[in-house]
Ligand binder design. Structure first.
Ligand code: NAD
Length: 355
């Protein structure tokens, strides 16, 4: 028996509670199979927290999150709260959680699944067997840099990175590359921006600690083009907050459906916030048709990155692959001849294939 794992679930809004329930079901089941003792707590975040507690995340929730070993988040936001001031919106809850826990490293794998190639907008041969990982710096760069201002005549933001900020994201990317194909592409705009020149220098410095890993650099405009033209050339991509935001969204459509993509946001102690890449899908909320696989795969990432149990992560991934290749899908990824199942039935199928 391994030590007790303290997991906080933040189901959130829209389809968040539906996909969280399936993620929890799989977490509980796999923990029983592997004799892992769990302590699961649940709190509110986002719009539902605004409605019931008066703010998008309460101090109590932040404190529980700080004590948890890992956190799962369903999603936040929806039209009901769109008219609120930016500082009071549901998204503020997520941003606060990321900054309070210093979750600076966002990991987004993008892979193709056998049987789902036809749901991608790219040709089958371009995405077949695709498996890339985007490592995005999440708490620095132009989204947070000061000074920032907008007045009647002009507006500006500041893209700034310190040595420590670049070093720590580089370390995460190199460590990930060591567990994969030992190849990193660092994406920047070093031909124009000093901040990118600095980023590149530090990437090279950190690479000396990892002689087995091949480091290459690519300008962000070229990287965007290469991602859709020949995505399989990449293994790990590391980038700043702004560039990583754009590249990870491009990579998210490669595999066909946003409903399939998990993510992890980690701090330096490998505490992680695990969440599907998709949002709260208000258009399908409450209909039991949401795809829970991104959430279930996020539980797989939890075992890999926060609990160093990659065997369990692989087991979950294999169960997802098996269910898809058996032809079972949710509505969003249905193609001809697929057997369409509900959110809950998909969770049950994954469990059946974990045994
Ligand atoms: P979305 O990802 O919620 O939905 C985009 C489209 O994909 C919709 O047609 C939706 O039905 C579909 N979709 C998404 N997830 C799906 C799933 N699991 N299964 C089946 N279909 C799925 O993006 P959006 O419509 O731009 O945003 C809706 C709300 O979600 C907004 O309030 C937005 O701010 C919020 N949002 C939250 C997060 C987050 O919490 N991390 C991320 C993105 C968007």
């Amino acid at each position: 028996m391994t030590s007790k794992k303290n997991i906080l679930f933040l189901p959130g809004d829209g389809i968040g509670p539906e996909v969280s329930a399936e993620a929890e079901k799989v977490l509980v089941h796999i923990s029983e199979l592997h004799h892992i003792d769990l302590d699961i707590s649940k709190m509110l975040i986002g719009g539902i927290a605004i409605d019931q507690e008066g703010s998008p995340i309460s101090k109590e929730t932040i404190e529980i999150a700080k004590k948890a070993d890992a956190i799962f988040l369903g999603g936040v936001g929806g039209p009901k709260w769109d008219a609120l001031k930016p500082s009071l919106k549901p998204e503020k809850g997520l941003l606060k959680l990321r900054s309070e826990l210093d979750l600076f490293a966002n990991l987004r794998p993008s892979m193709s699944f056998q049987g789902l190639e036809d749901s991608s907008s790219l040709k089958k041969e371009i995405i077949e067997s695709l498996d890339i990982l985007i490592v995005r710096e999440l708490t620095g760069g132009i989204y947070f840099g000061n000074p920032r201002e907008m007045n009647a005549e002009s507006a500006f933001n500041t893209m700034i990175y310190s040595t420590n900020e670049v070093e720590r994201i580089a370390e995460v990317a190199f460590e990930a590359a060591m567990k994969r194909n030992k190849k990193i592409c660092s994406v920047d705009k070093a031909n124009v921006l000093e901040v990118s020149e600095f980023w590149r220098k530090i990437m090279i410095k950190v690479s000396k600690k990892y002689p087995e890993v091949i480091l290459e650099h690519m300008l962000v405009d070229n990287a965007a083009m290469q991602l859709v033209q020949n995505p399989k050339q990449f293994d790990v991509i590391v980038s700043s907050n702004l560039f990583g935001d754009i590249l990870s969204d491009i990579s998210s459509v490669l595999s066909g459906s946003i409903g399939m993509l998990p993510s992890a946001s980690l701090n330096s102690a490998s505490k992680g916030l695990y969440e599907p890449v998709h949002g709260t899908a208000p258009d399908i909320a409450g209909k039991s048709i949401a795809n829970p696989l991104a959430s279930i795969l996020s539980i797989g990432m939890m075992f890999k990155y926060s609990f160093s149990q990659e065997n369990i992560s692989i087991k979950i991934e294999n169960a997802v692959k098996k269910v898809i290749s058996d032809g079972y899908v949710t509505k969003d990824i249905a193609v001809n001849n697929s057997k369409v199942v509900s959110t809950q039935e998909m969770g049950d199928l994954i469990i059946a294939n974990l045994n």
